[in-house]
Design a protein around this ligand. Structure first.
Ligand code: SF4
Length: 361
């Protein structure tokens, strides 16, 4: 985005941006100087302005299991973030990307929340997770779908809107907006903006408790933007755009998995104006370092029962498949293995997340 804006201001023709993207995706191109289709003076100008590296992300570390690949990237600002690709046996790939280094919202089930916000990622570093040449080098096609479910609350970072524009821009990633999902714990003002500016992008709202006081203990943002505010925005969205809306429900043993929770959650959904367009994804809690020490995973059969009971009450519900538990790579809980949380407020500029257990690769 910064490069495209700079080219436009400098009066360069539009095809120059496409040439940079082509160089970006060429497996051999590392610096602006490797972009041989560009005039020498432009290469020098871009290198002076944006640094010599063509790409805003450098892969530092990789972990893999049978179905999941997790990459630790460093951005050109020094922030360290994770990106996860899940390979489905049906032949498609789903990518989980980060929008922030750390996160300031402090959800009590989340390792990233325990670190605090380090910085918002710029739009190009968000989109570059999808476009990074390491995927093409490894022979992987562009992912079938992309979810903003990695590190950070996507809607707390205003650069996410530019990143969505880049990802759907035919001159850049050219993805269908319907293949992109933004996950949020309910950052209501930007949720409203998202459904207005990018109505085809999918939305997943984390619920995790139907009871406001309890939810505030799990997702402190509830105190600023109550769940009901986000649900009302999604009601209007479902009604006007007839778009399906996803609600995530993280099931934590003896915290939010009782029959009382189930009934209240069901009631909350059944009172929506287009309840048939709401779909609940029930997720089994994965214990993560830095999260609340009392939280435990429920029995697997309780997750299945919860889904069955919701379905019996007329609600669309499924259990979310979780891959990569052997490498701590389930989307949204990727970070514990890598993060060494510094005391809040002591992070020096440029010193970012520390990989405490690098595995090489
Ligand atoms: S769950 Fe999301 S919003 Fe909450 S602390 Fe973790 S990254 Fe932030």
């Amino acid at each position: 985005m910064r490069i495209r804006d700079h080219l436009a201001l400098a009066g360069e023709p539009a095809f120059r941006f496409r040439q940079i993207i082509a160089a970006w995706q060429a497996s051999s191109a590392v610096t602006f100087d490797d972009g041989h289709a560009l005039p020498v003076r432009l290469r020098a100008d871009l290198a002076e302005r944006f640094g010599p590296q063509l790409h805003p992300l450098t892969a530092l570390d990789v972990q893999r299991d049978e179905q999941v690949e997790k990459v630790l990237f460093a951005s050109d600002s020094g922030a360290r973030i994770e990106t996860v690709v899940s390979h489905y046996r049906a032949g498609w790939d789903s990518m989980c990307i980060s929008s922030q280094a750390g996160c300031g919202l402090g959800c009590t089930f989340c390792a990233t929340g325990a670190v605090g916000l380090i910085r918002n990622l710029p739009a190009d570093a968000i989109a570059a997770q999808v476009m990074h040449p390491r995927w093409t080098r490894a022979g992987q096609p562009r992912p079938t779908s992309v979810a903003f479910m990695g590190m950070g609350e996507a809607l707390a970072n205003p650069h996410v809107f530019d990143a969505l524009t880049l990802l759907t821009d035919p001159a850049y990633a050219g993805m269908s907006a319907r293949r992109i999902t933004v996950s949020t714990v309910g950052f209501a003002p930007n949720l409203e903006r998202l459904v207005n500016e990018h109505p085809q992008v999918g939305v997943t709202l984390s619920v995790h408790s139907p009871f406001p006081t309890e939810r505030a203990g799990i997702i402190p943002l509830e105190e600023r933007f109550p769940l009901e505010q986000s649900l009302e925005i999604l009601d209007r969205h479902a009604e006007t755009r007839r778009r399906k809306v996803f609600l995530a429900y993280l099931l934590i043993a003896d915290v939010n998995d009782s029959d009382e929770h189930l009934s209240a959650l069901a009631a909350l959904i059944l009172e929506r104006s287009r309840a048939e367009l709401f779909h609940v994804s029930v997720i089994r809690y994965n214990e993560a370092a830095g999260a609340h020490p009392d939280y435990r995973a429920p029995a697997s059969k309780r997750v299945d029962e919860f889904v069955r009971e919701l379905t019996a009450r007329g609600i669309h519900a499924t259990r979310r498949r979780q891959f990569g538990t052997s490498i701590d790579a389930a989307c949204g809980q990727l970070h514990a293995r890598y993060l060494s949380p510094p005391p809040r407020g002591t992070m020096p500029a440029g010193a970012e997340l520390i990989p405490v257990a690098p595995t090489g690769g």
